[in-house]
Design a protein around this ligand. Structure first.
Ligand code: NAP
Length: 492
């Protein structure tokens, strides 16, 4: 749609100027959007260092949360995370508070930004799950030397990110959706994302669909990045490959992203607050401006978005008045001159056309369908994680004795996921953290009417507690006759 024919109804958006260079790139971005008559009314709010310094524990005050909740939309500059004090990062707090589960990172070659990959035609989007996986931050020291982080992946979490990837592919008229996982190793967590993508993918036969192991994906991103169109992946995988992909087209300094949820969306630059250049008027606002362009498309202001994008493209392509990070040494200009240059180019078109976009419509959870509950659940045993300095044979024999008059039998003992009792002949380095696997002599069918193995488990754990310090217990279940747990390496 032509910018001049678009509706002039203004959308209210929360603007977070943030820390370091944040206020400078925010001011530049708002100036360009105002010059282009973007239909947005801004509501300023605070987050980050300025709030931590005022004593806020989270770095995100109530008024800011209320503003974003009211508007459902935010444009955010970088926020500093205090190192060595304070709680969680304010960025993570915002993502989690609003359940912004889809992190969308477009990666496209920009005119005038020369890299070793220039001319390859890189134009992809990475869709990263943004709230689950090891980033749920559920960590516990198991012993004084062994740390544990839970990698939680859920069926709804996988389904909504996979659906977000297909919704994005539809909105941007893309052709291929690649699911990147480590399902070959983590068959239950990463494997869940692969299985859900295969199931949901049946609803979208118009797209070419493929699965790639994440390490090969990283390799392919460097060897032949132009092959990718939409990549969807889990949180940590996506964190790493999206930075890698940004590096292919000019780096984090020019990369934008959006964080989408069912009730709110937040748009931001990928870079941080760059304290070294803060307050000097040198920062490049390209990343935040590109995030604002994503925001405009999100509110269906496609014409204004394209107009600003083309002004940015032509500014970069002509190479006049670029900031220091994009110029030969000594030839860069400040943020203000760059901003004026983009504004003066509004209305011009570059040689790189904007993509055709339509509204990206996410499906809310109640409409999701891929997850089906199993009809039968059995409890087949438990893993008891315990701390011990004893040798594995001694531990195994002691546990066998302790289980003797219980409804369980000891199946084996493992250390860091490798079976060490009964011995396999492997040369495992032992730490003081063992997992003892006990199987029920007669598996228990789980239903709401029985005690579901509780008395039997309590009895065994109490017996184990007489000789060992145990840390936690995991139930071993079977869903519809299929093991819902993995076997340790080396188990026969
Ligand atoms: P950074 O702020 O991205 O800065 C690294 C370097 O990149 C800067 O020193 C600067 O290089 C260059 N740079 C980044 N953005 C630029 C821009 N717009 N224009 C010109 N140059 C730019 O990374 P960091 O130093 O690791 O992190 C600093 C703080 O930002 C930390 O507190 C971190 O927690 C926070 N952070 C926040 C977010 C977020 O809010 N989403 C993301 C990442 C980091 P030169 O020094 O060579 O000029």
């Amino acid at each position: 749609m032509d910018a001049s024919t678009e509706t002039l109804t203004k959308t209210r958006v929360t603007a977070l100027p943030g820390d370091g260079i944040g206020p400078e790139v925010m001011a530049a971005t708002l100036q360009i959007l105002e010059a282009a008559k973007a239909p947005i009314e801004w509501e300023a709010a605070e987050a980050g260092a300025v709030c931590f310094n005022k004593g806020s524990v989270t770095g995100v005050p109530r008024e800011t949360l209320d503003s974003i909740a009211r508007n459902g939309l935010a444009l955010k500059s970088p926020l500093e995370t205090p190192v060595g004090f304070g709680g969680k990062s304010a960025n993570v707090t915002l993502r989690k508070h609003f359940e912004l589960y889809a992190n969308i990172r477009p990666v496209r070659e920009l005119p005038g930004v020369t890299t070793p990959f220039t001319g390859r035609g890189i134009d992809m989007v990475i869709v990263r799950e943004n709230v689950e996986d090891v980033y749920a931050g559920i960590e516990h020291m198991q012993t004084t030397t062994v740390a544990q982080c839970l990698k939680l992946m859920t069926a709804p979490g996988c389904e909504r990110i996979i659906r977000a990837a297909f919704a994005l592919a539809l909105a941007e008229q893309r052709k291929t959706v690649t699911t990147a996982t480590k399902a070959n190793i983590m068959k239950l967590t990463e494997g869940m994302m692969k299985r859900v993508s295969e199931r949901v993918g049946l609803e979208f036969p118009e797209f070419r669909q493929e699965h790639i192991i994440i390490d090969n994906c990283a390799h392919q991103l460097v060897v032949a990045p132009e092959q990718f169109d939409v990549i969807v992946t889990s949180n940590m995988n996506g964190d790493i490959i999206s930075d890698l992909a940004a590096g292919l087209v000019g780096g984090l300094g020019i990369a934008p992203s959006s964080n989408l949820g069912d009730h709110a969306a937040m748009f931001e630059a990928v870079h941080g607050s760059a304290p070294q250049i803060a307050g000097k008027g040198l920062a490049n606002p390209t990343a935040l401006l590109s995030a604002a362009i994503m925001l405009l498309r999100h509110i269906s202001a496609f014409g204004v978005a394209e107009q600003i994008e083309q002004a940015l493209f032509i500014t970069l392509a002509e190479g006049k008045n670029l900031t220091g990070d994009l110029s030969p040494k000594g030839h860069g200009v400040g943020t203000a001159a760059f901003t004026e240059q983009v504004i003066s180019n509004l209305g011009r078109s570059s040689n790189l056309p904007s993509r055709q976009y339509s509204r990206l419509a996410l499906q809310a959870w109640p409409q999701l369908t891929a997850h089906t509950e199993p009809t039968t659940r059995e409890l087949v045993g438990i893993d008891v994680f315990l701390e011990s300095d004893m040798g594995s044979d001694e531990i195994g024999q002691a546990l066998e004795t302790l289980a003797q008059d219980s409804p369980f039998r000891l199946n084996g003992v493992s250390n860091r996921g490798v079976q060490v009792f009964p011995a396999t002949g492997g040369q495992t380095f032992l730490v003081d953290h063992f997992a003892a696997r006990f199987l029920f002599k007669h598996p228990i069918t789980l239903d709401s009417s029985s005690a579901n193995g509780q008395p039997e488990i309590s009895y065994l754990v109490q017996r184990i507690g007489t000789r060992f310090a145990w840390m936690h217990i995991e139930k071993l279940q079977r869903f519809d006759g299929k093991d819902a747990f993995e076997r340790p390496q080396g188990e026969g």
